[in-house]
Design a protein around this ligand. Structure first.
Ligand code: 6PG
Length: 465
């Protein structure tokens, strides 16, 4: 009974997290369903092996941890988590804490918190294997007292932004997993916008992958500096050992997904929170997997014109469009978090969310620091109206418009950038067009409308019998 914490599930992420915990000086007991995996993990742990207690059974794991215990689950989201909790709980004391650190659907985390017979938390962990090993971004959810019990460990293993740990308690029940889902939705949109610009460079402007790598590398030294732009440059700059071609040119153009982006979009619809850039990114992934249909479409309709005349778009215009698209995407994501906070009674800390995303996670970027400042000034204000970002948008929305328009004219799909622009235009249009929808609704369903001139509601048109 010497370990300060336990961990179940030594897959890629679990193993990396366990080594990170050991490296930060905490004794940790580990268990994996397959004993050989536990043995191999311990044998390969090098100097850190001394801090790690490998165990062969759940009972041994529980016995190896100091009371009240804390045990991290790193098992695949869904039924495996429920099964693991069911197996583990009878072995635990009433104060022992289970921490689900997988990519759970926050509704499951809510349910588990309500049904659980003992302490349980759900934490979102971002940063892939590298992050888990050397410092992820951590979004905690569950009772505050549970967070307080383990926060010293979670903060120690988390990424640091200028010394500040990127680990925060977000709120009760599934709040941490909810914030992680929105993170992933934004991750999808960031990736999609980069892919759209890549497509314009490749098919519209005739750039080869190495030249595209140079563009992304340059952007990574400017306002777009971020992990995803950085790795996009690296991906574009890599050569395939087998063929000598750019690796990007031999990768199948069908994107996978584990579902977190889709959950975000579904939830946004429940909340009536508009996140069109994220929705467009999920749709684009779905469309990407329909390769046969796309091939049939190209054969039937012919390929789009694609190639742009020289000087149609500049690299600077593309960069400005990306800046605009990114601001608008994050404005949507944070507005959704704000809507969820109200709907679920969570008081989600928006500035702190931007802060914990500044390092460690997949969407980390310089811009998140400015977002954290803008949200600190006024957490309830849409980011696109914060003076700093409004100024940026004033400067770059014309470039975004040019890029989206030229992409459309040349048949190059740019749905995330396009929906960002549509969001911008909708959000700066006082007199919209939904008066027509209200007229239609009243015409066919007697639903009533409000009058603009005198403010009266429940009005009807003369079309009714
Ligand atoms: C992270 C990532 C990670 C996610 C992968 C794959 O923050 O570290 O979001 O949690 O699982 O990026 O996600 P998809 O398979 O859905 O692309």
């Amino acid at each position: 009974m010497t370990s300060e914490i336990g961990l179940i599930g030594l897959g890629t992420m679990g193993a990396a997290l366990a080594l990170n915990i050991a490296e930060k000086g905490f004794d940790i007991a580990v268990w994996n369903r397959t004993t050989q995996v536990t043995r191999d993990f311990h044998a390969d742990a090098g100097d850190l092996a001394a801090k790690i207690t490998p165990t062969d059974s759940l009972g041994d794991l529980v016995a190896a941890i100091k009371q009240p215990r804390a045990i991290i689950l790193m098992v695949p989201a869904g039924e495996a988590v429920d099964a693991q909790i069911e197996a583990l709980r009878p072995l635990l004391g009433p104060d022992d804490l289970i921490i689900d650190a997988g990519n759970a659907n926050f509704h499951d985390t809510n349910r588990r918190a309500r049904e659980s017979t003992g302490p349980i938390m759900g934490i979102g962990v971002s940063g892939g294997e590298e992050g888990a090993r050397h410092g992820p971004s951590i979004m905690g959810g569950g009772k505050r007292e549970y967070w307080d019990r383990v926060s010293h460990i979670l903060m120690a293993i988390s990424a640091k932004y200028e010394g500040t740990p990127c680990a925060t308690w977000m709120g009760e029940e599934g709040a941490g997993h909810f914030v992680k889902a929105v993170h992933n939705g934004i991750e999808y949109a960031d990736m999609q916008m980069i892919a759209e610009v890549y497509g314009i460079l490749r098919d519209g402007m005739g750039y080869g992958a190495p030249a595209i790598a140079d563009v992304f590398d340059r952007w990574n030294n400017g306002p777009l500096r971020s992990y995803l732009v950085e790795i996009s440059g690296k991906v574009a700059g890599t050569t395939d050992a087998a063929t000598g071609k750019p690796l990007l040119d031999v990768i199948v153009d069908a994107a996978g997904q584990k579902g977190t982006g889709r959950w975000t979009v579904i939830e946004a619809q429940h909340l009536a929170a508009p996140i069109p850039a994220i929705e467009a990114a999920v749709v684009a992934r779905n469309l990407s997997s329909q390769r046969d249909a796309r091939a049939a479409g190209e054969a039937l309709f012919g390929p789009a014109p694609r190639a742009m005349a020289d000087g149609t778009l500049s690299i600077e215009a593309l960069e400005q469009a990306m800046i605009g698209g990114k601001i608008l995407c994050y404005a949507q994501g944070f507005a959704m978090i704000s809507a969820a906070s109200d709907a679920f009674g969570w008081a989600l800390p928006l500035p702190e969310i931007a802060q914990v995303w500044r390092e460690g996670c997949i969407i980390r970027s310089d811009m998140l620091n400015d977002m954290a400042s803008a949200l600190s000034d006024d957490p309830g204000r849409n980011l696109m109206f914060a003076p700093y970002f409004a100024e940026h948008l004033k400067n770059c929305h014309e470039a975004l418009r040019q890029v989206v328009a030229q992409a459309a004219l040349h048949g190059l799909p740019a749905p995330a950038l396009g929906s960002g622009l549509t969001y911008f235009d909708a959000m700066r249009t006082h007199r919209g067009t939904a008066n027509m929808i209200q007229g239609q609704r009243d015409y066919f369903g007697w639903h009533g409308f409000a009058r603009l001139d005198d403010g009266t509601t429940g009005q009807h048109g003369p079309w009714a019998q």
